[in-house]
Design a protein around this ligand. Sequence first.
Ligand code: HGY
Ligand code: MN
Ligand code: MN
Length: 398
Amino acid sequence: MGIDPALLEHRLDELYAIGAEPDGGAYRPLYGPAWATAVERVERWLKDAGLKPRRDAVGNLWGRAEGTDKGKSIVTGSHIDTVRHGGRLDGALGIVAGLTAVEALLKDKGKPRRPLEVVAICEEEGSRFATTFWGSRAITGAIDSVDGEIAAAMRERGLDPTKIASAAREDIDTFVELHIEQGAVLESSGTPLAVVSAIVGTAHLELCVTGRPDHAGTTPMDLRLDALAGAAAMVHAVESIAKSLGRPAVATVGKLSVEPDQINVVPGTVVFTVDLRHPDLAGRRALEERIRSLCGTISEERRLGLAIRSLQDKPPVAMHPDVRALLARAAKECGVQATELVSGAGHDAQILAARCKVGMLFVPSVGGRSHCPEEHTDPSHLELGVRVLVRALELLAY
Ligand code: HGY
Ligand code: MN
Ligand code: MN
């Protein structure tokens, strides 16, 4: 099947250049200028590939090839947004690979039997707004309200926040996503491809620690209610609890803000986030329970206030067995024995699973690095991933 690896790399480079940050990486936050430019570029590629482009009410970009039969669509793609200083492949690979695969199939095999679509999902990372999976939640009809900030940003892009419900799809049969592993399992085992078996469950918490702002020079140490010293003890507790549970439990404090954030003021308030993950729900609940309890103890011992808010609570999601088997067959027919792997990263497939059959392919990440400019995958692995994706889509849609 005619795939041009150089074109694949070139398109990935072109997308990576959109939202390039001066100190490395790319940043394409939802509805921002770089996001809009990237959507336009993919839209042009979709048209060049002979796909009919359509933007839905939240800005997901679809490219569709009608099938000879009617019926539900076969869809491939991924998210077009990035984290800050994001890498070249997270999300972008799934879009460019999906486009490349469908383009090759249309050229070599003509019109598919079933409708075949490529989707650039508008947002998955939650980098700009407190939304993760915004695009895929719209597709599954899971957005029931939109806050003012997002609504204003939508209107700026010519989107109508009152029309979000129209983005919901009931006519997708199967969604297949090619993604980088973003971890080091494939690289360390020397395996070039994995079929994802499940995606871990993720909980996001926000902890607000309240003390008392005081003068840094005149307040004795034993009289302080130092919110940052308390939060630091809690951050250490988060790490030690996850370490004591051992792999595959993980917990991350990724954001922390201090008020009044002045060199000569004892911090009065600290807000920080915790990202908790575990392949099974019981494991994740145990991790969360221990973190909540120890942070509570620390706040009492230090006479600090503590409010914990749940921002996200996603259970683990199994990939569809039929799709897993089909992806393994496609890999085998491309000459590779794919391994099976649980994804420690979240993906749109875990949301779309509510409405259709889903499956994912992983290619190795060099050094296991991702969500950083160092994100890299060997071009031969990218090409193999696309070839297996082509075969899988051919089995599904022709
Ligand atoms: O957080 C995640 O796992 C994904 O990259 N959004
Ligand atoms: Mn990501
Ligand atoms: Mn991703």
